[in-house]
Structures are given as C-alpha cells and as structure tokens.
Design a protein around this ligand. Sequence first.
Ligand code: GCO
Ligand code: MG
Length: 405
Amino acid sequence: MPASTIADIRTITCSPGRNFVTLKIVCEDGTYGVGDATLNGRELAVASYLADHVAPCLIGRDAHRIEDIWQYLYRGAYWRRGPVTMSAIAAVDMALWDIKAKRAGMPLYQLLGGAAREGCMVYGHANGETIDDTIEAARDYAAQGYRAIRLQAGVPGLAKTYGVSSDRYFYEPADADLPSEAAWATHKYLPSVAPLFAAARDALGWDVHLLHDVHHRLTPIEAARLGKDLEPFRPFWIEDPVPAENQQGFRLIRQHTTTPIAVGEVFNSIWDAKQLIEEQLIDYIRATVVHAGGITHLRRIAALADLYRIRTGCHGATDLSPVSMAAALHFGLSIPNFGVQEYMRHTEATDAVFPHAYRFADGMMHPGDAPGLGVDIDEALAETHPYRRAYLPVNRLEDGSMHDW
Ligand code: GCO
Ligand code: MG
C-alpha cells in the first residue's frame, strides 16, 4: 500500500476556553494532517458528519488526491453546500494540504505559489462600552504596531452591544449554555457610529485603517445611510451591513455610498458570493477557509474576486481555531488579491492545545516556515478540556420581535 494511503481519521472535540472540532487524518506511514471543523454553536453536527459520514469513505484513499477528494465529497453527497457540509469538507481539505506540504517538506504557501508579499496585514479588535474606552483600546493596538483596527463601541440606551466584551483581547460571543438574549434598536445605533470614527481619526490620525462590523443588522437603505455618514472618516470597510441572502440588496447600498463594503463570514460557497462579485457590489470577501470548503474552494472564490479587483478579508474570530488561522495565512500570503486578515488572538489554553509556527510582527502575520500548515494538536492536552455546550446569542427588537444577531 502506498505510504500516502489514508489509514486513520480522528475527530477531536475539545474546549480549551471555547469549543473546537479538529480533524486528524493519518497516512499509512504515520504522516498526518490536521483540519479545523469548528462551526460555532453547532459543533457536534459537523463532528458527526465527519465521523459518521465522511471518515468511512476516505479510509484507503490516496491523501495526495486533494481535488478528487474535494469533488467526491461535494458532488458525491448529492446534498450540496450548507455550513455543516462545507465545514466538514474544509476540515478534510486542510488536513490533506497539510499532509501534502509535510510530505514535500515545505510550508504550505510554497506549494500554493510561494509568498506574494512579506506578510499578511491583520486587524485587531478595539472594543469598549464608551467611545473613550474604544479609543483607548485602539491606541493600545496602534502602539503594538497594528496598521488596521476594528472599532466597536456600546450603543447608548442598549444594555449589551455586539462586539463589546469585558476582556481587552478576547471576545467570546458563544457565551451561554442556552442562547442569551440581546436587544437592538437601529435608531439608537445609527447615530452612534460616526462620532466613534471622528474620535478615532482625532486620536489616531489618518495612517491607520479603521474598520467596523455591522453584523447583518440593517436594511439596505439604513446601511446606505451609515456608509454616507462614515465617508468623511474614510473607513477601510463596513462589514456585513445587511444579511446577504438577497444579494441584490447590495445594489441599493452601492448607489448611495463610496464606503467600501465587506461581506461573507457566513458564506459557505462561491455561489453565495457570485452575484456580489460579478456585479462588483462589494470590495472585500470575508469567506473563510473553514466555513467555505477549505483552501481548495477558497482559492476558487479568490480567483473569481480577483477578476473584479475585489480583495480578501477573511473572517478570523476566536471560533476559528489556530488550524484555520494557519491555513488562512498560507492562503493569504500566496494569493494576488489579499486584502487583510482578521486576527483575534486565542486564549493561552487554546494556544497550548494547538502549538503553531505563525507569528505577529509589525502589524502583519506570517505562517512560519515549518513544513505543512505549521500547526499541531496536543491530543492528550485536548482531552483535559472536554466539550461544553455553548450558544451564540439571539437578538430582539425592543418590542420583542426576533432580529438578526
Ligand atoms: C467577526 C464576527 C464574529 C462572529 C463570530 C460568530 O467579524 O469577527 O462577526 O464576531 O460573530 O465569529 O461565530
Ligand atoms: Mg463579523
């Protein structure tokens, strides 16, 4: 049997501060690769999909045949797309690229075409209950060398706001055993954002990129209003201004504002972004390696986006494990149209379970030069952090109607 034959597949679910699902594919000769399969709040569905429905089909196949295995899992399932399926395929894909690069004795970015830049610019999260708190956090990021900073502040009159945490560097939205409930009022939120950006430009100047996440909460015309309000402060982007099921909705935003638009952290295939890209309705595509079918599929999305001068800005919150972060950096370093990478650092417990080669310096991250993805999982340590049920919050308007969280 060839040395690269898949001999064993394990799904490891652990919670070193938050839940992660990790796939480990082991070849006949002991070479192995790891993949991230974490789907926040729905982790066990992907773990079961992999263990019960994918693993039996892969034993005995050649780990080198990445494209064939991708097509086999995508077309072969008959039921296409969806976050559970695409996260499972992504985990397999990451693990196979890890194996291929390890066997080649190269860091993965070399197989993807080599470094197209010196590093991947990342943005950090400056959060605070008040504008002053957020500006203080932003100054801290700027002092650490960040060139891009996301700004989120509490909204006066709302008890709890998306993106505002008690901890300075970690934001863990999946905060409860059953979904916690938050309240939302667009008329309170909308006027609160421009003053935040005005204060940030006063404090930080114009040589730093400023970003903001709307988290799918507005209608297209409300998003257009926000975009216009922020134009004087030249944001790098506003993110997820509206839910993107209706891709045409972005036409309306575009008609009104030149503020750049980023979208796609919940996308799971190229089809979610096709119209947005082809009609040039967005500026940054945020699909990630874990939720959008792995490196193989994300390269396809990036290649389509590149035709229209749309750049990447991949999701990188703490629910994307260090395995995804490593994969995102190899991908980002190698493609022509990299824009920025989100980076919310993990807890020490998470970093201990997933030893990794990637590093931060001067506002940029580099995947490192270890063969493969350059990230591993300490399975014995992972076992000491068992899975704990954790849900994302839900959001209601002040009259009790369900809204987008
Ligand atoms: C971001 C995201 C996250 C998500 C979280 C959901 O831009 O980082 O919006 O905060 O809410 O990753 O699992
Ligand atoms: Mg977001």
